[in-house]
Design a protein around this ligand. Structure first.
Ligand SMILES: Cc1ncc(COP(=O)(O)O)c(C=O)c1O
Length: 389
């Protein structure tokens, strides 16, 4: 065999593998594991949505759709954003249907970054943000958030990270992994900084419907923000549709046109059958969203109160479906805690450091898990903390 040179891109190989997977791989080899590790709804997709997908297949909707996505779906998305947030987008030129928020995020970065452009990312955050910035040729600039600030990024911290190369700010609230929601006041301050420094804001609002006792503020709806924001949205979380791989980007036509160009040449179109299912989600999914959100809220109360009682001090999450307790009482770092807990008590959690260094000292516990399982997991955690606290 001929020796070949190293064909692998330096840029890609330097990105570390996701810290989440390792624990899932270990957990998968064990019996009787309660997983609080998973970042997706435990509910199946609501029946009318599944039926709509099946009906589309039966009708022969097995072809490509328009690159931008089905016109009917884009119209429904535009109506939805208008109804929910009073934010108007032109469905012809300002909305693109994508393969989940994952694709929309990559497209937004690929369409806006030139090599070396810096993107400010508050940490801890969804594991894909920094790697995707790197893949798109940009440079991630991390701004840590703290529990003292309720894991909300502050305008001062963003301003302090700005350099002449800063192009964009990438935020994701309600937040994975902390469950933090940005207050309107803090968002307004961020908007002021974005305007002052002429920044693009990429706002991942995939958890917008999963908020508890607070209102979600849609970032582009803030004064002066529409023209500098790419809104990323999806169906995975609110409608329990992770496997359908469907989401969208919304932005002013000039930006969206470039986003569409990348999509056109790399993906062609989002799966047509999933687009019909997403249409049904917008038309018929609301009662199910309400029902699932109410159940997440019930579990949220259980897990947050339970953690605090055990001594794992838990910040009050107001969105998404994650609790992010401090493990300080055990004196362990996140990796040791997660590994020891899995081995000794068969409960899977994700070390907070998997979401950036700012997550060290915390673990992410998903409550997209049955109520009874959370109760059992709390009992196991209680035993664990008694031994190690
Ligand atoms: C904050 C955040 N953004 C985006 C995604 C990806 O979602 P999608 O299934 O739409 O690609 C996730 C999934 O966990 C997430 O937590």
């Amino acid at each position: 065999m001929h020796r070949v040179r190293n064909f692998v891109s330096e840029r890609i190989s330097e990105v570390p593998p996701s810290g989440i997977r390792r624990f899932f791989d270990i957990a998968a080899t064990m019996d009787d594991v309660i997983s609080l590790g998973i970042g997706e709804p435990d509910f199946d997709t609501p029946e009318p949505i599944v039926q709509a997908g099946m009906a589309a297949l039966k009708r022969g909707e097995t072809h490509y759709s328009s690159n931008s996505g089905l016109m009917e779906l884009r119209r429904a998305i535009a109506e939805h954003l208008d109804r929910m947030y009073g934010q108007t987008y032109n469905p012809v030129s300002e909305i693109l249907v994508t393969v989940g928020v994952s694709e929309a995020l990559y497209l937004a970065l690929a369409a806006t970054l030139d090599p070396g452009d810096e993107v400010i990312i508050p940490h801890p955050c969804f594991v894909s943000y920094a790697p995707e910035v790197t893949f798109a040729g940009g440079t991630p600039v991390i701004v840590p958030t703290t529990v003292e600030n309720d894991f909300q990024v502050t305008a001062e911290d963003v301003a302090a990270a700005i350099t002449p190369r800063t192009k964009a700010l990438l935020i994701g609230y309600p937040n994975n992994p902390t469950g933090a929601v940005m207050s309107q006041e803090r968002l307004n301050e961020i908007a002021t900084v974005a305007k002052q420094h002429d920044l693009l804001v990429i706002s991942d609002e995939i958890y917008d419907r999963l908020v508890y006792g607070v209102e979600h503020v849609c970032f582009p709806s803030l004064p002066g923000m529409y023209e500098r924001t790419v809104l990323l949205q999806g169906f995975s979380k609110a409608y329990a549709m992770t496997g359908w791989r469907i989401g969208y980007a919304a932005a002013p036509a000039d930006i969206l046109g470039m986003i569409r160009k990348v999509h056109q040449y790399t993906i062609m179109c989002a799966p047509t059958v999933s687009q019909y299912a997403a249409l049904a989600a917008l038309r018929e999914g609301e009662p199910y969203v309400q029902e699932m959100t109410a159940e997440y809220d019930r579990r949220r109360r259980l897990i947050v109160d339970g953690m605090n009682e055990i001594g794992l001090k838990c910040f009050e999450p107001q969105g998404a479906f994650y609790a992010f307790p401090s493990i300080e009482i055990t004196g362990m770092d996140g990796n040791t805690f997660a590994e020891t807990l899995l081995n000794e008590e068969k409960v899977a959690v994700v070390p907070g450091s998997a979401f950036g260094e700012a997550g060290e000292g915390f673990v992410r516990c998903s409550y997209a898990t049955a109520y009874e399982k959370i109760e059992e997991a709390l009992e196991r955690l209680h035993r664990f903390v008694r031994r190690h606290g």
